[in-house]
Write a protein that binds this ligand. Structure first.
Ligand SMILES: [Mg+2]
Length: 261
């Protein structure tokens, strides 16, 4: 599908890679794996990856953690607590959602709250399961000399814990988070700092993520090649104006894109 889109490039003043405000009109072409060009793409020097719901099913892990908390509290069901994390009052990761839930059900005590937070954190990490093909694909890219980075909106302690829990931390040169970049996606600063750490520029780099708004749109705007990990997009809001270079239905299709099979 051919589409013309206007891309607005932000001004990033604090990094080595400087870009001025510009309007750019470009022809983009969405490619899914069933209609893609058979010619493999050349391997890039580096790739950026989102973490949650791109490498593993974070929705599942969070559901499991919420269920454990409601079992501990003896009230309600996991899905009810999960809705507290979604409603935006405290943010998607904040323990205060648990506090509100316990208070609304008249079971809040300091002891239960602290226990619930511990159970929640432990279960969330213990329930992380890689999507099929992730470990093998990451290992292959790493062995071919592609430098890898994580660009995530999780805070550093959580991001580092999750990357170690799934056994992939050693393959990534850097893990860039909002406490490092000062910004959350879709602001491009996290991407730019990751690229700076890797010593590369956006125009020759790729980004992979499950969110059109948080990874594909800023990646396109920076002139990167973008891969939409559709299998992980549990929110599923359509963004017809945001067009990735590739859409994949399983992680190992990344190898197909680069002819690594
Ligand atoms: Mg994600």
């Amino acid at each position: 599908m051919q589409r013309t889109e206007i891309i607005f490039l932000p001004f990033v003043s604090t990094h080595a890679i400087m870009r001025s405000y510009a309007h750019r009109v470009r022809e983009t072409e969405a490619i899914d794996m069933s209609s893609r060009n058979e010619t493999p793409e050349p391997l890039p020097p580096c790739m950026l990856f989102d973490m949650d719901n791109t490498l593993y099913d974070f929705f599942h892990a969070k559901n499991e953690a919420c269920t454990r908390v409601t079992e501990l509290a003896g009230v309600g069901e996991g899905a009810e607590l999960f809705r507290y994390f979604l409603n935006g009052t405290h943010g998607f990761e904040h323990h205060h959602n648990i506090q509100d839930y316990l208070r609304d059900r008249d079971v809040l005590t300091e002891k239960l709250y602290l226990e619930a937070c511990t159970v929640y954190d432990e279960e969330k990490v213990a329930s992380l399961r890689l999507y099929p093909g992730v470990e093998e694909t990451i290992r292959t890219l790493h062995s071919k000399g592609v430098k890898l980075a994580i660009v995530t909106d999780a805070e550093s302690p959580q991001a580092e814990t999750r990357m170690r829990a799934i056994g992939l931390r050693q393959y990534f040169d850097t893990v860039v988070t909002p406490d490092i970049s000062g910004k959350r996606k879709p602001n491009p600063d996290t991407f730019l700092i990751a690229l700076e750490h890797l010593g590369e520029t956006p125009d020759i780099s790729w980004v992979v993520g499950d969110s059109p708004k948080r990874e594909i749109e800023p990646g396109n705007a920076l002139g990167m090649k973008t891969i939409y990990a559709k299998y992980g997009d549990w929110i599923g809001i359509p963004y017809p104006q945001i067009i990735p270079h590739y859409t994949i239905s399983s992680f190992s299709e990344i190898k197909t894109i680069f002819g690594l099979e």
